[in-house]
Design a protein around this ligand. Sequence first.
Ligand code: ZN
Length: 70
Amino acid sequence: MDTCTMCQEQEKKTHRGTPHNHLVKIDDVRLFKGLGHRHYEEQDYQCQLCNATFTWSSNRNDLAWTLWMG
Ligand SMILES: [Zn+2]
């Protein structure tokens, strides 16, 4: 299945980018300890239109929005 247009746009968003209207949270936010006093969060989302799954990460070393399947 192809990802919908909104998910294709979602991949390009930055760390501050908000999930599009059809992305719903799946599972709880995950907290990670980073280097020093830094920590970061990850949250999984699934699109209700195309079933694509995203992981959002606040880790600046990672992509903000990672698409897992579409
Ligand atoms: Zn989608």
